[in-house]
Ligand binder design. Sequence first.
Ligand code: B12
Ligand code: SF4
Length: 438
Amino acid sequence: MHTKSLTPSAPTRGLPALDAAWLRQLCLAAGAADVGFVELSRPALAGERAHLERAFPPTRSLISFVLRMNRDNVRSPARSVANTEFHHTGDEVTGVARRITAALERAGVRALNPPMAFPMEADRWGEERMWVVAHKPVAVAAGLGHMGIHRNVIHPRFGNFILLGTVLVAAEISEYAQALDLNPCLECKLCVAACPVGAIAADGAFDFSACYTHNYREFMGGFGDWVETIADSRNGVDYRRRVKDSESVSIWQSLGFGPNYKAAYCIAVCPAGEDVIGPYLASKKDFAADIMKPLQAKREPVYVVPGSDAEAHVQKRYPHKTLRRVRSSLRPRSIAALLAGLPLTFQKGAAEKLEATYHFRFTGREHVEATVNIRCGKLTVGSGLNGSPNIRVTADAETWLGFLAKEKSLWWALLTRRIRLQGNPKWLLAFGRCFPTG
Ligand code: B12
Ligand code: SF4
């Protein structure tokens, strides 16, 4: 890593704000490929503000920076190659953020650098988001790029072959950047075609649970699924019937050397960005053949929840890939997390032509009333009880969450009146099909 010596004292003593040119130079010297500054009060960051103040109350400004990844490594169908690139660049992001923070501290300015992505605040799992800062909206506000159809930030020059970092600073900065006018995304939809689980829709909708189940298999909840498979196995031979030897090796390597992303093909195929676009403009056909086809043709396991849209997608588009059906590990542990998570796990395809309104009244640990509408393959969640429902569900919060986690029987809950239904139960069954858990 190239590091020039960092200026030891901030040229701001007695001045109201850190000098932007000085700070920019400091960040580039620390190893950032590009950098931008945003004030915490920016309306575009309203959703981040409480999270950032919780992490570091004196925050006034944010330094957003990017590091480049080597493109052909990310594009390689060999997962070991692509993952080494992701992990090493990720570690460098942490290194750069630490150097910036250290330089600021030595210059008398308080600052804090949250992780690039991992480790996360695991005690919040199932209840609220686990990451301290969402780097993407900060990078967009700092003028470093825009999110493309695939929801990754595309830098106007480096394309989406970047990882992002943020440093929280307890000082104003003399000049802040603005979001770029133009989004570098070409809307070519190569990312839509390349994703093995169909997580990216042409209109930019993102099937979070599809990506999370496959791509993040070794990062979060997939580990719990593997442990439960061991617990459910009668003996070693039964375990081997459920888990292939190659999968045991993969999990062991992920524990030993860091988890491996299963895809990231959306990033691999994206031609946007000044430095990246040349070969795509020269021949779209050759670009697709060189970069996308090998990823599509790769024979590999693809992890899906039974009954999910991803399962149908793999069967239709990628019959040569090996379908591996696994339990969903997204188990909400609070009603707030359940309601916030519904749009993330809703399966539009599985919903088919369902048109229904559901009223939920939760009692006990959490008192919440909510209306869920499913219309034309779209789901909305509103607070309070609105409209006329097809079915009303009144449930003790703890019991309902236990039922969803398959820890409590619905029949027991109905008999003990911890869950009460008003309306035809067929509506509840139809609702369940929209949120398959395996
Ligand atoms: C959660 C997360 C994920 C989730 C959700 C992705 C997403 N679209 O946000 C999953 C597991 C699917 C994921 C996958 C990947 N990620 Co990721 N991820 C993050 C993380 C930790 C937070 C993302 C975030 O803030 N989103 C907020 C808003 C702006 O994004 P959004 O798309 O509008 O909203 C989604 C999320 O909020 C999510 N969500 C909302 N509520 C909740 C609650 C829970 C509990 C969870 C788990 C998720 C969740 O669902 C929304 C819809 O998809 C960041 C690191 C960080 N600390 O910022 C990296 C980050 C976004 N990931 C990154 C990368 C590289 C990837 C992958 C390519 C991984 C890989 N190597 O294979 C894929 C790409 C998938 C895709 N096309 O988006 C990079 C993106 C770099 C870039 N150029 O933009 C980041 C910024 C890490 C970094 N420091 O560089 N990731
Ligand atoms: S692959 Fe094409 S559509 Fe997808 S984000 Fe990149 S430029 Fe946009």
